[in-house]
Design a protein around this ligand. Structure first.
Ligand code: 5GP
Ligand code: MN
Length: 317
């Protein structure tokens, strides 16, 4: 895929990423936004995303993000990043109406939804794919920082198995632009507010192990979220903490999104492919990190998920 070639002559270019954008989604969208603004000064470029967490405010272009999706005019080119078009939220209409659509993603569950697709499940992150696709001459400190933040978030700071030697080489090139990467890792990945830490503590205390201690689940209901005054982005990291527990092969964290509706996050090791489990329930993701939305009570959700996880753990799938 030659990004600039595909955008040749385009006057209006749009970029969208998935609902509840994470670090990779924000880094990839704003990285591509910066690149297109710099390379195609005559075009109008816009990014559409649900409002990302404040920790990403430092990334250049954050204040230009449109979270309303109020305008009507169609785009000549529309990029769908880090997901398929069904998770674009308010920007779905722009994708459907665009003259040309491009899809850049690293999720195995995405078959490619654009007129032109660049889907690489072996890549650590969509930010790494944006790095691959841009002209390296255009890299500067701001663009390098955006892509670096995306990569550290989707690799858990180069810990997860999606980290390849190539990922490290690209990250090395990115930090050569001289931004304060230890501070960015600390402030965007590890640091939690007091309330975020409290609700994580609560989720850990209330967690339940099952399947002979091989799996763990915890959930936070709407009432508890309201009590602490926290939203979905404040719950990030809880599922990873559950997965860190010795002996656990699969961790599930869920939070209530509506009456009888939960957003599910799963993390696993090589014994369980959670992308398969999530896909069965209409979601998706990666082998070791995936999610979906389910209807029912907390216990309905756990029972339905555990059937699928148990089959894999017992080698029956
Ligand atoms: P998380 O648990 O951090 O929300 O998501 C883990 C991974 O699964 C991410 O790559 C995310 O994009 C993907 N994912 C989470 N929820 C969904 C979903 O409902 N549908 C799809 N297709 N992917 C999801
Ligand atoms: Mn991603």
């Amino acid at each position: 895929m030659d990004i600039l070639q595909e955008c040749r002559g385009a006057k209006r270019i749009g970029i969208g990423g998935h609902v509840r954008p994470d670090g990779d989604c924000v880094g990839a969208c704003l990285g591509l936004y910066q690149y297109l603004c710099k390379s195609l000064p005559e075009a109008s470029v816009q990014v559409f995303l649900e409002k990302p967490a404040e920790i990403f405010r430092e990334i250049k272009g954050y204040d230009e993000i449109d979270s309303e999706c109020g305008q009507q005019e169609a785009f000549d080119v529309f990029f769908c990043l880090d997901c398929a078009q069904d998770r674009l939220g308010g920007a779905q209409g722009y994708f459907a109406a665009a003259g040309k659509t491009l899809n850049i993603d690293h999720h195995v569950s995405n078959p490619g939804c654009g007129g032109i697709n660049y889907i690489r499940p072996e890549a650590s992150s969509t930010s790494e794919l944006v790095y691959d696709l841009i002209d390296k001459e255009a890299l500067d400190k701001d663009l390098a920082m955006a892509l670096y933040i995306g990569i550290i978030h989707d690799t858990g700071v180069f810990q997860y198995s999606n980290t390849s030697p190539q990922t490290m080489e690209k990250a090395a090139k990115l930090i050569s632009f001289g931004f304060d990467f230890p501070r960015l890792i600390e402030e965007t990945f590890y640091q939690k507010t007091y309330l975020q830490s409290q609700i994580m503590g609560r989720a850990l205390i209330q967690s339940i192990r099952f399947m002979d201690g091989r799996c763990i689940v915890s959930g936070i209901d709407r009432k508890t979220m309201d009590f602490y005054g926290v939203g979905p982005s404040d719950l990030e990291g809880i599922v990873n903490q559950l997965r860190n527990i010795k002996g656990i092969h699969c961790a599930i964290f869920m939070y209530q999104t509506d009456v009888l509706e939960y957003k599910i996050s799963m993390r696993s090791d090589e014994l369980v492919d959670v992308a398969k489990v999530a896909e069965f329930f209409g979601g998706g993701g990666h082998k070791r990190a995936a999610g979906c939305t389910m209807r029912g009570t907390f216990h309905d959700c756990v029972n339905n998920l555990s059937l699928h996880i148990e089959r894999q753990l017992d080698g029956r799938l």
